[in-house]
Design a protein around this ligand. Structure first.
Ligand code: NAG
Ligand code: NAG
Ligand code: NAG
Length: 456
């Protein structure tokens, strides 16, 4: 009896760390999870493997978990991350990059990537991984890569092509230090994408890279990273998925563009909206209705940023537009770009495309108040799905607690905007303790840990 219980516990334990029974496969223009069609509406999470701002730095596993719990609450099932980072000629010597040169890789950043995959398996979220960026922004890109050999062309140069294929081999063949599973054998990966927004298309480059990926990795789908559908990819047996990105600047709506892309790829390849955004919510309603009704496999809005482990959220401003990154569950402070309505729309349609009822929002978990030396600088690790927090204070943790702040938000970049709470209502010389609870429309969490004594 005891042995049986132990075995059952062991099985439950193991299944808890690996949610996936199947690799995602393709059936003509559909993708499948075993016998079931697989469709998704969710977020791009560009900083899931490394954080670009504020300041380029490693991501903490707690932050990766925050993303995955958020995606689970949203019903998203899939994220698309951003590319591997490439060393730039003007990087500071200490700047961390996934790729420093020909066959020179950063073990620490790849361990963050390993951790992401471990957690994706644990939380049941699939990830789409583009290898390189066409542009040379924060992540580095194709110009930085060809500069390793002082070459002029990224696509046409045979040596640079070989270097790029060697980089791909290295990545596919890496063994995850946390799980012992090679990337090419990891079910959490939905697809490898040849790159981000790689246009104009170089058909023979795409064909060669897709064939190279398939020659090593027999498990995963390959996605053409061209910006828009390159019709020559529709007949390439090594390409499974094509995509397009929808941003303002066209006379057509996102929905019209999606309809045309679906028509072009229908009966040939799986197609989805790899990115869309920086537009009024009306465009999103119409696009997602089109996606759900026309058989497009999915859509990923640009973009979600998680809580920061030091308090508050990461936040990303999109160029000179009024749009910023989205944050769950949406905040009144970000009404300027309709954040609450947009994230709720994504959640609603994420369940709809799966044909599932929308579950109630859960009560948030208790937050975690971070150690501090100053009553003027109080921060906590936020709870997924919480909109506001209540903060209590006492001079005696076994005595009476007093509510000092009600309904305060953590939608703040603490590096720029200061601490979540600056307690100014203190008596100098007195020592205080603090605790917090998280709230949303479903209710309130338990009280957090207690910090203190902190002398004012
Ligand atoms: C993959 O890595 C193993 C070591 O883990 C190595 O023996 C093998 O040669 C590599 N394969 C390729 C194609 O590089
Ligand atoms: C806290 O508030 C006081 C009074 O407004 C201000 O002088 C102080 O700089 C603030 N401290 C921090 C850390 O923001
Ligand atoms: C705090 O927010 C809740 C809803 O989340 C609301 O019912 C309550 O009135 C608010 N309290 C204050 C003091 O604003």
């Amino acid at each position: 009896m005891r042995a049986t219980i132990l075995i059952i516990e062991l099985i439950i334990g193991l299944s808890a760390v690996n949610c996936f029974d199947y690799f995602i496969t393709r059936n003509v223009d559909k993708i499948m999870e075993g016998p079931k069609e697989f469709r998704f509406i969710s977020f791009n999470v560009p900083n899931m493997a490394v954080v670009e701002d504020p300041g380029w730095h490693s991501i903490d596993p707690w932050e990766q978990e925050d993303v995955l719990k958020t995606i689970n609450q949203i019903g998203g099932r899939v994220i698309r991350i951003f590319t591997f980072s490439i060393k730039k000629y003007n990087d500071k010597p200490e700047t961390k990059r996934h790729v420093y040169g020909i066959n020179k890789y950063d073990e620490d950043l790849f361990r963050n990537f390993d951790k992401m995959l471990e957690l994706c398996n644990k939380f049941g979220v699939r990830v789409i991984v583009p290898f390189i960026n066409r542009f040379n922004g924060d992540f580095g890109g194709i110009d930085d890569f060809k500069a390793f050999r002082n070459k002029i062309h990224f696509y046409q140069d045979a040596q640079v092509r070989q270097d790029f294929k060697d980089m791909i081999t290295h990545i596919l063949n890496r063994t995850n230090v946390y799980t012992g599973v090679k990337y090419m054998d990891d079910k959490a990966i939905l697809a490898w994408e040849t790159g981000n927004e790689m246009n104009p298309p170089f058909h023979d480059w795409t064909k060669e890279i897709a064939a190279h990926i398939k020659s090593i990795d027999k498990n995963h789908l390959v996605m053409d990273g061209n910006y828009g559908i390159d019709s020559s990819s529709l007949s390439d047996p090594n390409i499974d998925i094509v995509s397009n990105h929808y941003y303002p600047g066209s006379s057509k709506t996102f929905a019209e563009r999606c309809k045309a892309d679906r028509k072009l790829s229908q009966g040939k390849k799986a197609f989805f909206a790899g990115e869309f955004g920086l537009a009024p919510i009306k465009m999103f309603f119409d696009l997602l209705d089109e996606v759900i009704s026309d058989g497009t496999i999915g859509a990923l809005i640009w973009s979600l940023r998680p809580h920061n482990k030091d308090g508050g959220f990461y936040e990303h401003r999109e160029g000179t537009t009024n749009f910023h990154s989205y944050h769950w569950p949406g905040f009144y402070e970000n009404n300027g770009y309709d954040e609450i309505n947009v994230v709720n729309l994504v959640r609603d349609r994420a369940y709809k495309i799966q044909g599932k009822p929308i579950p109630p929002i859960p009560i948030p978990e208790a937050p975690y108040i971070l150690h501090t030396e100053s009553v003027h600088s109080i921060n906590w690790r936020g709870s997924v799905g919480a909109r506001v927090y209540d903060i209590e204070r006492t001079t005696n943790p076994d005595g009476e607690w007093i509510l000092i702040k009600n309904n305060i938000t953590d939608i703040k970049q603490i590096e720029k905007e200061g601490p979540l709470l600056n307690d100014t209502s203190v008596q100098p010389g007195t020592s205080y303790y603090y605790r917090a609870k998280a709230k949303n429309i479903a209710g309130a969490s338990d009280w957090s840990n207690v910090i203190g004594p902190i002398k004012a």
